[in-house]
Design a binder for this molecule. Structure first.
Ligand SMILES: Cc1cc2nc3c(=O)[nH]c(=O)nc-3n(C[C@H](O)[C@H](O)[C@H](O)COP(=O)(O)O)c2cc1C
Length: 201
C-alpha cells in the first residue's frame, strides 16, 4: 500500500533539511501531507532561493519517472480541519524537519494550537512514528527537558547533525546523511544514499 507521510517544516534554521527530505520522498510512490509554519516559510525564503509555491517548485524540480512521483498535498498551519488533524487518518509517520524549540516545546507539553502541533500530538496518541529533527545550538535545560519529555512520549529525536564518514562534498550531501536516516526510520527503501560498509582501510 502507498505510504502516507506527514511533513512539517518549522522556522528553525536548516530549512534545507525539510526541502531535501521532500525531494527525496518525491522520488518514491508515497503520499506526502505537508504543512509549513509561518516562521518556516520566512526562514525558507531567507536561507534558500525558494519563491512562490513550495509544492509546485518541488514537483517542477522532481526529475524521476512520473510513475514514481509522489502526490504532495499542502495544508495551511491554521487549517485544523485537515485530514491528519484527526486520529482516524491513518499514516506511516510524521517528520518535523527542521523542528524549532518553539514547536518542540508545544509537542512536549501537548499544545495543539496549529495543524503541525495537533498532527504531532495525534501521532503520539495513535502510536505512529514521530521524528523531530531538532535544530538549535547550544541547548538550554528547557530544550533538553523538552526533548526528554517528547522522547518519553514516543517521539524519535533526530538532531539535525550530519555524519561525515561518507565524506560529503556539498551541503546537499551533508544534509542527505540526515535525510537517509529519516527515510530508514520511515521504512522508505532508498539505495541512493551511501552507508557505512566498514573502513576503506
Ligand atoms: C533566520 C532564523 C533562524 C532561526 N533559527 C532557529 C533555530 O535554529 N532553532 C529554533 O528553535 N528557532 C530558530 N528561529 C526562531 C523561530 O523561527 C521562532 O522561535 C518561531 O517562533 C518558530 O515558530 P514555529 O515553531 O511555528 O516554526 C529562527 C528564526 C529566524 C528568523
Amino acid at each position: 500500500m502507498t505510504k502516507r507521510i506527514i511533513i512539517g517544516i518549522c522556522g528553525a534554521s536548516g530549512s534545507i533539511y525539510g526541502i531535501r527530505l521532500l525531494k527525496a520522498l518525491a522520488r518514491h510512490s508515497v503520499e506526502i501531507f505537508l504543512t509549513v509554519s509561518t516562521a518556516g516559510r520566512f526562514v525558507i525564503r531567507e536561507e534558500l532561493d525558494y519563491e512562490g509555491d513550495l509544492v509546485a517548485g518541488l514537483v517542477h524540480s522532481h526529475s524521476g519517472p512520473s510513475t514514481e512521483a509522489a502526490s504532495i498535498y499542502e495544508y495551511s498551519p491554521e487549517d485544523l480541519s485537515a485530514p491528519f488533524s484527526s486520529g482516524s487518518f491513518q499514516h506511516d509517520g510524521m517528520v518535523i524537519a527542521p523542528c524549532s524549540m518553539n514547536t518542540l516545546s508545544a509537542v512536549s507539553s501537548g499544545l495543539t494550537g496549529n495543524l503541525m502541533h495537533r498532527a504531532a500530538d495525534v501521532s503520539l496518541k495513535e502510536k505512529r512514528p514521530l521524528i523531530l529533527v531538532v535544530r538549535e545550538s547550544p541547548l538550554n535545560r528547557i530544550h533538553l527537558f523538552n526533548m526528554g519529555r517528547a522522547a518519553e512520549a514516543g517521539a524519535t529525536i533526530m538532531p539535525a547533525c550530519p555524519s561525515f564518514y561518507s565524506r560529503p562534498q556539498t551541503v546537499d550531501e551533508a544534509v542527505d546523511t540526515v535525510v537517509a536516516r529519516i527515510l530508514d526510520h520511515l521504512g522508505v527503501a532508498d539505495n541512493r544514499f551511501p552507508r557505512w560498509m566498514g573502513s576503506r582501510g
